[in-house]
Ligand binder design. Structure first.
Ligand code: NAI
Length: 255
């Protein structure tokens, strides 16, 4: 990776797309890239939240844009990717971060619950990888795709069966795409955070069963999302394949 000339920031002239940038890990990641000079596109289904992050970045660092996108919808993602390319150019880094938590026993999940969680947590990443991966290959100047999985991808959980399944799939698709794009200068990383203090527990949907167990699984105190953002920037710099982030916010698998 190129050395940075004095007085320049590592992401000067670089375009970074972050989904779910209105809150938590996405917001911290958008801010972290911006603090290193990137122009950031903050996408979220919640436009007000995306705008808040973009305004914050504008005040502190530089240029940021806010976009409303439902990452689970194929047509919205296609429109979004075309907008990014046509208005701003092919991104250098894409962080597929947006996700939801649905908690409760496997047998209490209806088909619609499985569909929703796989749409938001898995299909969103498939869309982001396909659309922006193709743009990066076409441009021929490399790039990096970061997918936010979870330590739940490695730890069977009675509280989060569909969520954990979606995250295991995100981890595997990241590995496959990484192998495919390795010769093209495009890196792919799966970041697997453990408990991170964000709004996700409050936003979670609880389905049947022993709700307190599900709540406990999501409410455990974690490290601040800035910790995950720092791991993301490091992983892009070193082109790391998988980064598990343990309970202390360090690289490791222990939950
Ligand atoms: P959060 O709830 O604070 O933020 C998620 C953001 O994604 C919100 O701004 C929300 O509006 C947005 N979003 C949700 N559905 C969307 C959709 N369909 N289209 C576009 N945007 C949408 O959650 P957090 O914790 O920052 O989560 C970010 C990612 O990190 C998720 O993929 C989550 O599964 C993952 N993660 C979180 C962990 C934690 O302990 N907080 C642990 C491991 C992984």
């Amino acid at each position: 990776r190129a050395r940075v000339a004095e007085g320049r920031k590592p992401y000067d002239q670089r375009l970074v797309v972050v989904t779910g940038a209105g809150s938590g890990i996405g917001r911290a990641t958008a801010r972290a890239f911006a603090s290193h000079g990137a122009e950031v596109i903050c996408a979220d289904i919640d436009l007000d939240a995306a705008r808040r992050t973009a305004r914050e970045i504008g005040r502190l660092y530089g240029t940021a844009h806010a976009c409303q996108v439902d990452v689970s919808a194929a047509d919205e993602m296609e429109r979004f990717a075309a907008y990014v390319r046509d208005e701003h150019g092919t991104p250098d880094v894409v962080v597929n971060n947006a996700g939801i938590a649905v908690a409760g026993p496997f047998l209490d999940h209806e088909v619609a619950d499985w569909k929703r969680i796989l749409d938001v947590n898995l299909w969103s990443v498939i869309h982001g990888c396909r659309l922006f991966g193709r743009q990066m290959v076409e441009r021929g100047e490399g790039g990096h795709i970061v997918n936010i999985a979870s330590l739940a991808a490695f730890a069977p959980s009675r509280a989060l069966p569909a969520y954990s399944t979606s995250k295991a799939a995100v981890k595997m698709l990241s590995d496959c795409l990484r192998a495919e794009l390795a010769g093209k200068g495009i890196g792919v990383t799966a970041i697997c955070p453990g408990f991170t203090s964000t709004a996700i527990a409050g936003n979670a949907t609880y389905l049947g069963g022993d709700r307190s167990m599900a709540e406990e699984a999501l409410r455990r105190r974690g490290y601040p999302p800035e910790r995950v953002a720092a791991h993301i920037l490091r992983a892009v710099h070193h082109n790391t394949a998988v980064v598990p982030v343990n309970t202390e916010g360090k690289v490791g698998y222990a939950l």
